[in-house]
Design a protein around this ligand. Structure first.
Ligand SMILES: [Ca+2]
Length: 420
C-alpha cells in the first residue's frame, strides 16, 4: 500500500503508530519512506525511515544516508495472532519504540539532525526491493493485518490516499461499539470471514452453562479467552456452588457478606487488572496480571491450573503470573452452573469479591480439561486448545442468556507476503 500524499516523518520528528496483528513469524516490512529529492537512484545513500519485523523483534530505523540509527526491541515483544499497537517516535537523533503503551527500546544517535523523506510512504511492503533490502534487512512485505495507522498523531484511513496492491480484508475481529478506527475504510471486494463466537456484556449481563461444561477432573485445566473491557471492574467467569437451582430459585437464603464455604474458581477485573482466584477448600489464592488490561485494546488471557498451582498468561508475554496455594486441597468441587460475563447475583455468588458483571466483549471462550498424559506433556506451558470448541453464547449453547449483546465486527486491512 502506498501513499504519495502522506510522509511518514517530519524533518525534526517522527511519530508513527500502527496497530497490527501478525499471521506468522515471518519477517516483514511495516513501513518505509525515503528521500527522493536527489533523483530516484535506488542505490545511493538516501535519508529514510523504516519500521519492520525482523527475527521477531521490531526494528525502527532512520537514516541520514551514510549513518543509520537502529532501534531494535527485544524479540517476541509482539506475538502472532494477537493485536498490538506499535509506536515509533524520533526527536532529531533520539528514538524509541513503544509496544502496547510501554517503551520497549530506545536509542540515541549523536550528531544527527534533520531528516528529509520526500518519496511516497509505503505500508506493508514496497514497490521494489533493490537498494531497500540492504537498508532494512527484510525482503518481504508484512504478513498480517493492520487496523490503524497514525502519523504525527493524525489517524490515516486506508482510503483514497492509498494505492493498494495484494491487500485483502481482515474481518475475524470484533470491537466494542465505540471503536470507530476504520469507520471510514471501505475497501472494495470486502468479504466477511467466519465470525468467532463472541458476546458483549453490560455489567448486569451473564450467560450460564451446564455444570458439566467445565469438569474439573483432569490433571490440569485451562481457561482461555479474548476480551475487550470497557469497565475496570467486573466478574468474567465463575464456577462454584449452586447459586440458582434448576428452577431458577436461589439455592440458599444466606444474606450478603456471608463467609464462603464452597469451592470456587473465578476470573474478573479488579482496578483494571485481570485476576484469577480459586479456593479449593483451604482458602483463597489469586494471580493478578502485572499490567492493566482495560486500555481500549483486545487482550488474550490463558489460565492454567494444575492442582494448587495456577499460571496466567496475558497476550503473548512469555512469563506467566504464577500463584501456588498453600493449601493441600487440589480438587474443585463446583456443582453450580458455569457463569460467563457475570452471575445472577454477583456479590452473593462471589461472597463480595465482585460487585458487578463484566462490561465489554468476550470472544473464543474456551474451557479445557487436560488429562494426566497431556498435562505431563504440557510442562509449564499452556495447552494448544485449538481443538476445544469455544463456548456457544447463542440460545442453543447457553442455559441462560441475560442481557447479552452482539459484538460488532471490524474490517481491517490484510497484507500478505506478496510484494506490493
Ligand atoms: Ca475442594
Amino acid at each position: 500500500m502506498m501513499s504519495k500524499s502522506v510522509r511518514a516523518s517530519l524533518p525534526q520528528r517522527t511519530d508513527i503508530t500502527m496497530r497490527i496483528r501478525r499471521n506468522s513469524r515471518s519477517n516483514g516490512l511495516l513501513l518505509f519512506n525515503r528521500d527522493e529529492s536527489n533523483g530516484n537512484d535506488q542505490f545511493s545513500n538516501y535519508h529514510f525511515v523504516s519500521l519492520a519485523i525482523r527475527d521477531n523483534a521490531i526494528e525502527f530505523r532512520f537514516s541520514w544516508g551514510t549513518d543509520t540509527a537502529i532501534i531494535r526491541t527485544p524479540a517476541s515483544v509482539i506475538g502472532v495472532g494477537t493485536w498490538h499497537v506499535i509506536r515509533a517516535i524520533r526527536r532529531r537523533g533520539k528514538g524509541k519504540v513503544e509496544v502496547d503503551g510501554r517503551v520497549v527500546a530506545r536509542a540515541k544517535a549523536s550528531g544527527f539532525g534533520l531528516l528529509g523523506v520526500t518519496g511516497p510512504m509505503f505500508i506493508g511492503g514496497v514497490k521494489f526491493w533493490e537498494g531497500i533490502a540492504d537498508k532494512v534487512y527484510v525482503r518481504d512485505g508484512f504478513d498480517g493485518c493492520v487496523s490503524q495507522l497514525k502519523i504525527n498523531k493524525k489517524n490515516l484511513a486506508f482510503g483514497k490516499k492509498f494505492a493498494k496492491k495484494n491487500i485483502g480484508v481482515c474481518t475475524e475481529e470484533v470491537v466494542a461499539e465505540n471503536n470507530d478506527i476504520l469507520s471510514d475504510m471501505q475497501p472494495s471486494g470486502m468479504f466477511l470471514a467466519r465470525s468467532r463466537p463472541s458476546a458483549r456484556f453490560v455489567r448486569s449481563s451473564y450467560a450460564s452453562f451446564h455444570p458439566s461444561t467445565f469438569l474439573h477432573d483432569g490433571a490440569a485445566e485451562q481457561i482461555s479467552f479474548r476480551f475487550h473491557a470497557t469497565n475496570p471492574e467486573g466478574l468474567i467467569f465463575f464456577h462454584g456452588e449452586v447459586i440458582h437451582d434448576l428452577e431458577g430459585r436461589r439455592a440458599s437464603s444466606t444474606s450478603n457478606g456471608r463467609r464462603r464455604n464452597g469451592d470456587f474458581i473465578s476470573v474478573g477485573l479488579q482496578a483494571s487488572y485481570l485476576v484469577y482466584s480459586f479456593d479449593l477448600g483451604g482458602g483463597r489464592s489469586s494471580a493478578t496480571s502485572t499490567f492493566p488490561v482495560v486500555d481500549g485494546l483486545w487482550h488474550k488471557a490463558t489460565i492454567v491450573r494444575r492442582g494448587s498451582l495456577a499460571l496466567m498468561w496475558i497476550d503473548d508475554h512469555v512469563a506467566p503470573t504464577a500463584v501456588q496455594s498453600a493449601s493441600t486441597h487440589n480438587d474443585a468441587n463446583t456443582p453450580g452452573r458455569v457463569y460467563v460475563g457475570g452471575a445472577p447475583d454477583v456479590r452473593y455468588a462471589t461472597a463480595g469479591l465482585y460487585t458487578s458483571g463484566f462490561a465489554g466483549c468476550l470472544q473464543d471462550f474456551k474451557l479445557t480439561s487436560v488429562s494426566t498424559g497431556r498435562a505431563t506433556e504440557l510442562g509449564s506451558r499452556y495447552l494448544d486448545d485449538a481443538d476445544t470448541p469455544s463456548l456457544d453464547f447463542s440460545s442453543s449453547g447457553a442455559l441462560e442468556r441475560v442481557k447479552l449483546r452482539a459484538c460488532r465486527s471490524e474490517p481491517v486491512g490484510l497484507f500478505n507476503l506478496v510484494n506490493l
